[in-house]
Design a protein around this ligand. Structure first.
Ligand code: HEM
Length: 374
């Protein structure tokens, strides 16, 4: 049968798509009803993974150059917002797969042999392109993680690893944010003293709190001192240090401070889009983490404590990836060092003007009532 390429079926290549579900259980003469759902769910994931990678192509193209056009950051943020919605759908799909019971799964699980989501090249590519580094991955045997993929895929994943990830590009972009200092004012100094004073006040409050026992008091003070130490480690006057991470952080000091600055002063017009962009990155990290957690729970429900078909310890391995495989946790840690708007150090007026919207006069007339010069 020839299909008209201009028809619905032709345009969508439905002949190929809908002929691509081939339950093995039926082929070996012991049809298991739920294998059809199992195949479709996995295929739909792979299609969405393809779209995620496609969106990442555009975001990477925007961030790959030596500078990033402001107007392009909004396009990148829109791409990431779409990725977030796809990942949320991925989390929801687990509910659908769970309409298959463990007993239904057992009807065909033995036919999967060593096949496992572990071998999803596109999933691995998403992880790597977002910025999951080899050295931060959980090890469960002596083999490199890509060993589970077939040969051409191993090469592909190593090639992708050799390129800068979204994490690397965002770190470099944050490192170039221009507003962190202006004549006679440096964000790092103004904010450092404000946070230090705030934490010292909190320590004093805890020390004077009569409702706390000695051990509780000491514990809370020690935790705050530790956080303060982590914060202090971000500061260094040497430009070389600013390009490297402080102990306990993954992102370079300068990039972390810029992200903090964007979070604190996000109401300024020039920072609104960068703030949205960073928020979507956090949404991606959080939704991927939620997926890992839901997938691990689903796996426990389906196979209990059995080892996986891919050879890992199964649920226990997956559970540990939930925290360990987070990529942008530095951005989440920043909330520890935020302070109420009223307590923020004021920005110098000249800097606020630089970050304001500026309207050019039209036909020699100043058309905007609140026009400012940048
Ligand atoms: C009955 C349903 C499922 C079961 C029992 C299951 C089981 C497992 C197990 C045990 C692992 C650990 C590796 C191994 O030893 O095999 C794993 C990994 C994985 N699975 Fe599933 N899975 C199921 C459905 C899915 C679905 C629908 C997807 C969607 C693509 C998926 C994607 C993955 C991925 C990407 C990994 C690698 C995770 C990582 O290494 O961080 N799985 N799965």
């Amino acid at each position: 049968m020839t299909i008209d390429p201009k028809s619905y079926a032709g345009y969508l290549q439905l002949e190929t798509l809908l002929a691509s579900q081939k339950p093995v259980s039926a082929a070996v003469g012991r049809p298991a009803h739920d294998e059809h759902l199992f195949i479709i769910v996995h295929q739909v994931y792979e299609l969405w993974f393809k779209q995620v990678l496609y969106e990442l192509d555009r975001v990477e193209a925007i961030f790959a150059g030596p500078w990033v056009e402001d107007r392009d950051v909004a396009a990148a943020a829109a791409g990431l917002a779409r990725v977030v919605e796809i990942l949320k759908l991925g989390v929801r799909q687990i509910d659908l797969l769970e309409t298959m019971t463990p007993l239904d799964f057992l009807d065909f699980r033995d036919l999967l042999f060593t096949g496992s989501g572990f071998q999803s090249l596109q999933f691995r590519e998403i992880e790597v392109r977002l910025g999951l580094k080899r050295e931060n991955r959980l090890r469960f045997d002596d083999q490199p993680f890509e060993h589970r993929l077939i040969e051409p895929e191993q090469t592909r994943i190593r090639d992708v690893e050799a390129r800068p990830s979204l994490f690397d590009m965002v770190e470099a972009w944050l490192g170039r944010v221009p507003f962190l200092e202006t004549a006679g004012w440096q964000f790092q100094e103004a904010y450092r003293s404000a946070v230090t004073a705030g934490v010292r006040e909190e320590i004093a409050r805890i020390s004077d709190n009569p409702t706390l026992g000695d051990r509780q008091r000491e514990g809370q003070v020690a935790a705050l001192e530790e956080e303060l130490g982590r914060f202090e480690a971000l500061f260094s006057s040497s430009p070389k240090d600013r390009a490297t991470p402080a102990p306990g952080w993954r992102m370079a000091r300068g990039a972390v401070l810029a992200a903090l600055f964007i979070n604190l002063y996000r109401d300024e017009p020039a920072l609104q889009v960068p703030f949205r962009f960073l928020s979507h990155i956090m949404d991606i990290d959080e939704t991927l983490t939620t997926w890992r957690f839901r997938h691990a729970q689903m796996v426990e429900r389906m196979i209990g404590r059995k080892v996986g078909t891919g050879g890992s310890s199964g649920h226990s391995y997956l559970n540990r990836t939930v925290e360990q495989h987070r990529i942008f946790s530095d951005l989440f840690a920043l909330a520890t060092f935020l302070m109420p708007r009223a307590a923020r150090p004021d920005l110098p007026e000249a800097l606020r003007r630089r970050m304001a919207l500026a309207y050019a006069p039209v036909n020699g007339q100043d058309g905007a009532p609140d026009a400012r010069s940048a």
